[in-house]
Design a protein around this ligand. Structure first.
Ligand SMILES: [Zn+2]
Ligand SMILES: [Zn+2]
Length: 237
């Protein structure tokens, strides 16, 4: 962001920590040191199938999982929950600036080799009902902040690449893993104007729980011949 613009925003909106609301120096990264150091940031990737740690992108333990999971931190940290809650339910879009920066630092630490000319960023799509209610797709906000901080161009963010074509129940309302998978099945469609073949795709979301949504997204992207898929989330359960 332009330095003067950033200064102006800080003058108009006094910067506050997105987690504890203590005053901080800038809205550009609105989180205080105490909150940031209250959760551990990972320096490894995960196998989405068994949860094992993976050191590099080229060493998945379950090759048929369809994607590799990157999760910057754990959902069990209260500060991580506060940030996600602020972003989703309290219209505090500033939380996306914090999440996006933490996610970019994690990504550059664990798998910078994922960046290539064929790399695109796909936020997990949301339904029209959710979009109307919240006014924005939180995954898209995270994806934009992530791209900015990871040095990737905003045009790499393709928020119209996949559409949600069927309204599903909230995944948190589903009691079992099987129910979640059933709930999400065939609820997404790829925009026919987009080229997937040979692309390295980073799917962005706030939280990864059972992985039902990611599995379904990876499944359709793989049927369209995506080269590599990295599911990149702020926190995993
Ligand atoms: Zn704080
Ligand atoms: Zn595994």
């Amino acid at each position: 962001m332009h330095r003067f613009l950033s200064y102006l925003i800080d003058m108009i909106i006094p910067p506050q920590c997105a987690i504890c609301h203590a005053p901080v120096s800038t809205n550009f990264f609105p989180a205080c040191d105490a909150c940031i150091s209250s959760f551990v940031a990972h320096d490894f990737l995960f196998c989405p199938q068994c949860g094992n740690r993976i050191i590099t992108l080229s060493s998945p333990c379950h090759k048929n999982a369809g994607y590799i999971l990157g999760a910057a931190t754990l959902f069990s940290f209260p500060a991580a929950q506060t940030l996600i809650h602020a972003l989703k339910y309290k219209h505090e879009e500033y939380a996306s600036a914090v999440i996006g920066k933490i996610l970019a630092e994690y990504f550059l630490r664990t798998c910078p080799e994922f960046i290539s000319d064929s790399c695109i960023i796909v936020p997990v799509p949301t339904s029209k009902t959710h979009l109307r209610k919240r006014g924005y797709n939180q995954a898209e906000r995270i994806a934009r902040a992530f791209a900015r901080n990871a040095g990737l161009h905003q045009s790499a963010v393709r928020d119209h690449l996949i559409k949600k074509i069927r309204t599903t129940r909230s995944q948190t309302e589903c009691a079992t893993v099987r129910e979640r998978a059933e709930n999400i099945k065939d609820s997404f469609a790829i925009n026919p104007n987009e080229e997937i073949r040979g692309k390295d795709i980073i799917i962005i979301d706030d939280v990864h729980t059972t992985g039902a949504t990611m599995r379904e997204l990876a499944r359709i992207l793989n049927t369209h011949s995506a080269r590599k898929i990295l599911a990149l989330v702020f926190a995993k359960t």
